[in-house]
Design a protein around this ligand. Structure first.
Ligand code: ADP
Length: 267
């Protein structure tokens, strides 16, 4: 089993336009994702989990920072190279599993199609059996239950143990039996060498992970970069959440001294 770093992100930033001005969905994230491991990204809703997954899956270009995939600087890759990398080496399961499936294909064809796109040979029956969908082999996504769609989307994304397998909340809607199947499959691919990355709130998935990364307001906590703060054009400073307990009444004394600024709670 390999545990090489597959992805290395440094100071990743992502911005979105919002009515109230730009939202910083990622505010300087340093992250390393290794092959052969399951990394879980947790954090409250709106903390940037889906954004980080989209950047790591090369579906969105970050507004700032540097991302390496297999040692290659992603910003130097052409559109064509990115497309090939996504198709061949990156499995993606959307938060809405139906979005990761081909609506016109039955379960068997979903697996076969993914294998063909990736250029790998796969035992389709075994892939369906692994997520207990043998009896649904001829069903299209529209007639599958939510849990069946989720299992199929994960099985299809995992075909051929891609270098990177990314799933957004893959167990959120699943009962314990289905969640166990999905987590077992993700573990099996990690053992075969995939780097598996999940965004999740689910304790069952967090317990399975080898690494747990916590996001809050677009910053990864507990990774030594908690002091990243952003300043807007009007001079408003957004402190890292870890600093907030120092200022329980929301008042800050600002002192400018010799080229730097000190912030203290009022005496
Ligand atoms: P999570 O997955 O943790 O719920 P997201 O990554 O979806 O968080 O969102 C992080 C922040 O970025 C939120 O404030 C969200 O409103 C904003 N955001 C995410 N995607 C977009 C988008 N496409 N356009 C505008 N704002 C977005």
């Amino acid at each position: 089993m390999t545990t090489e770093p597959l992805l290395e992100g440094r100071e990743l930033l992502q911005l979105y336009a919002a009515r109230t001005g730009p939202t910083q969905a990622l505010r300087g994230v340093d992250v390393t994702v290794s092959s052969g491991r399951i990394s879980a990204i947790t954090g409250p809703s709106g903390s940037g989990k889906s954004t980080l997954l989209a950047v790591l899956a090369l579906r969105e270009r970050p507004a700032g920072g540097e991302l390496r995939h297999g040692g290659r600087l992603v910003s130097t890759l052409s559109r064509r190279e990115l497309r090939t990398l996504r198709r061949r080496e990156i499995g993606w399961v959307s938060q809405r599993p139906a979005h990761s499936l081909f609506p016109q294909l039955d379960a068997r064809a979903q697996i076969a199609q993914m294998a063909s796109l990736r250029g790998v040979r796969v035992d389709v029956d075994a892939a369906l059996a692994e997520v207990e969908l043998t009896s649904r082999a001829n069903a299209r996504p529209a007639i599958l239950s939510g849990g069946e769609q989720q299992r199929l989307a994960v099985a299809a994304a995992a075909v051929g143990a891609p270098a990177l397998l990314i799933a957004d909340e893959p167990t959120a809607e699943l009962d314990d039996d289905s969640a166990t199947l999905v987590l077992r499959l993700l573990r099996a691919r990690a053992t075969e060498g995939s780097a598996v990355v999940l965004a999740t709130h689910d304790a069952r998935a967090i317990d399975t992970a080898d690494t747990v990364l916590r996001l809050r307001h677009g910053v990864l906590s507990g990774s030594g970069q908690d002091r990243t703060a952003s300043l807007d054009g009007l001079g408003r400073l957004q402190l890292p959440v870890e600093a907030l307990p120092l200022f329980p009444d929301g008042r800050v004394v600002v002192t400018i001294v010799d080229g730097h600024v000190e912030l203290h709670p009022p005496a």
